[in-house]
Design a binder for this molecule. Structure first.
Ligand SMILES: *Cc1c(COP(=O)(O)O)cnc(C)c1O
Length: 231
């Protein structure tokens, strides 16, 4: 299947999940996760109408940013090192992977320098997997509150990467608990914080994530095919 057909299929699946759960289709956005994929494939997705792309490496994101149309919204979804933050600010639309105050402080500092406000999500390791970055659920509210006091950075919601499973239903509890956490944090009414965005769901489980309230789903393989990592 072509990239356009793949995106079409993902869109249909999102439609179905919205209908099933009584959600507005417009409340869910698809991010085409294009890491490791060549520009030609991103261009094909762009031609089909994709404007949201996700990358997990700063250098790859900024290189693609330079070469593709400027109306693309770039999402940084991978683990972010503080020394690379400066290259991203002003180019990235949303950083999904903030998991420490030190990283948030760096984003704040560089954003103030460039006189922009950078929107971020706090990454939560809901399933407490050792192999994953992100805070535990219990730590998230405190970090959100600390970040809310920094200039040049705005918390817009939460992100999680659910475990790799064969049956996506197994991840439903994790999507539910990220949603619940966002409701709990919203109730705290912290200044400068909004909890509008829930970034959750990947190729294997995005329909379930949509049913549980995802506002962004991040789909790579389901659009561009398997990734090849050279060794
Ligand atoms: C690679 C990646 C995705 C996309 O994964 P697929 O299973 O290929 O859809 C989504 N989110 C994050 C954080 C990723 O690193």
């Amino acid at each position: 299947m072509s990239i356009a057909e793949n995106i079409g299929q993902v869109e249909v699946n999102i439609d179905t999940a919205c209908e099933k759960s009584g959600r507005e289709r417009s409340s869910v956005k698809l991010i085409a996760v294009s890491k490791t994929k060549p520009l030609s494939m991103l261009e094909e997705a762009y031609t089909y109408g994709c404007r949201d792309f996700g990358e997990n490496k700063v250098q790859e994101l900024t290189e693609k940013y330079e070469q593709l149309p400027k109306d693309i919204r770039w999402h940084m979804i991978g683990h972010l090192q503080r020394n690379k933050v400066k290259y991203l600010i002003g180019k990235v639309f949303l950083i999904h992977s903030v998991d420490s105050l030190r990283l948030a402080e760096e984003i704040s500092k560089e954003s103030v320098k460039k006189q922009v406000t950078t929107d971020i999500l706090v990454e939560v390791n809901v399933a407490k997997e050792d192999t994953k970055f992100g805070l535990y659920t219990e730590q998230a509210a405190d970090l959100v509150e600390q970040i809310s006091k920094l200039p040049g950075i705005a918390v817009k919601g939460l992100m999680t990467i659910a475990p790799y499973v064969d049956d996506p239903e197994e991840n439903r509890i994790y999507f539910k608990s990220l949603k619940q956490l966002s409701v709990d944090i919203m109730r705290k009414n912290i200044d400068n914080v909004c909890m509008d965005i829930l970034s959750m769901g990947m190729t294997g489980d995005y329909q379930v994530a949509v049913e549980e309230g995802a506002s962004y789903v991040r789909v790579g393989t389901g659009i561009f095919g398997e990734r090849q990592y050279s060794v």
